[in-house]
Design a protein around this ligand. Structure first.
Ligand code: ADP
Length: 166
């Protein structure tokens, strides 16, 4: 429940295939706004992911180890249900552009009707990280480009190894 002194929980859902510096910035900033941030790593049903769900959970957990109270768990289904299951009062989303706002704003509106007790909390992307998207990181890496300004060194290594296996 959300009485005085109750723990404030936020959830941050996404696919994180792979997790980027943009995602990590949102996680670091969101973790400072809540008592506990639960990162929900989604099963990516639409496309075949580069990394398995288990791999993505482990990677995000490793990369957020220094961020304070951040839990990383797999999730499937509705973000509002995931939020309610974790006793969260906020769903955190990152906004990169007006296009993000269009889509995310509509989703936030529907989520507000589905679960009135859960707010969507938007954090603007840091300007330097605003262009980064997981799908573009995958494309650049597949085409032999350098992704070192988009992801951490460990994630870059994981992407390189995975693409070499393909
Ligand atoms: P999805 O699989 O739902 O597209 P993503 O894993 O790409 O989700 O992103 C999850 C969340 O992170 C979304 O709110 C998205 O807008 C946000 N996000 C993605 N990239 C960035 C970035 N570079 N800076 C800030 N937020 C971002």
């Amino acid at each position: 429940m959300t009485g005085p002194g109750a723990e404030r929980v936020g959830v941050y859902p996404g696919s994180f295939d792979p997790v980027t510096l943009g995602h990590l910035s949102i996680m670091r900033r969101a973790a400072r706004l809540v008592d506990r941030l639960v990162v929900g790593v989604a099963t990516n049903s639409s496309k075949s992911p580069l990394f398995t769900l288990e791999e993505r959970v482990a990677t995000v957990a490793r990369e957020t180890a220094g961020f304070g109270r951040v839990d990383v768990v797999p999730f499937r289904g509705l973000a509002v249900t995931f939020a309610q299951e974790h006793g969260a009062t906020a769903i955190v989303r990152g906004l990169r552009s007006a296009t993000d706002l269009d889509y995310e704003g509509q989703m936030a509106g529907m989520n507000a009707q589905l679960a009135p007790g859960v707010e969507t909390l938007f954090l603007l992307a840091e300007p330097a990280l605003q262009p980064i998207a997981s799908s573009l990181v995958r494309d650049v890496a597949r085409l032999g480009g350098d992704i070192s300004t988009f992801v951490t060194p460990a994630v870059r290594e994981e992407v390189t190894v995975r693409l070499a296996q393909a």
